[in-house]
Design a protein around this ligand. Structure first.
Ligand SMILES: [Zn+2]
Length: 162
């Protein structure tokens, strides 16, 4: 079960020591217990390294914004991930070359369309606009049609006793 983020509680990223690419868990310490907040299916250690090399990401550190940035240590990896913690749930600042992967990891689960895709990405990451990609997605188009088709009205048989 994922927990609701608690503002100002300590946050840690822990990973299965055998494989950083799979199953990294963002946890928050609430009343002495670490609770999972989010799961990443992407290689956050590699993302952390790419953040270091990305001048756009580094510019966030000094930019005036509503973000509250923090370097969150990745347990045992000797690296830290730059995240916005203003919402209570740490949102990694996404380097440009990671946008597609981040978008795919969030959007491919449900194909929710443009606005919802953007909302989902923004709830987990600090990333550029991804709506254009959702706009070009055939699966999203199909899902949209399904969402808009109403179930046929049930026919009430007249004369049936109630
Ligand atoms: Zn889609």
């Amino acid at each position: 079960m994922l927990s609701h983020p608690v503002p100002d509680a300590p946050i840690a990223l822990t990973t299965d020591a055998s494989d950083y690419a799979v199953g990294a868990v963002l946890e928050q310490l609430v009343k002495g217990t670490w609770r999972p907040l989010a799961f990443f299916r992407i290689d956050i250690v590699r993302m952390a390294a790419d953040q270091q090399a990305d001048p756009e990401v580094q510019a966030y550190r000094t930019a005036i914004s509503g973000l509250k940035l923090a370097d969150i240590k990745l347990d045992g990896a000797g690296a830290s991930l730059l995240c916005d913690v203003s919402t209570g749930q740490p949102r990694p600042v996404v380097p440009a070359q990671w946008r597609r992967e981040v978008f795919d990891s969030v959007h491919s689960l449900s194909h929710p369309g443009q606005k919802a895709s953007q909302r989902l990405v923004s709830s987990k990451y600090v990333a550029q606009d991804v709506r254009e990609w959702a706009a070009g997605c055939m699966e999203c188009q199909r899902a949209k049609i399904h969402r808009h088709v109403k179930a046929p009205l049930a026919v009430l048989r007249s004369g049936a006793p109630f």
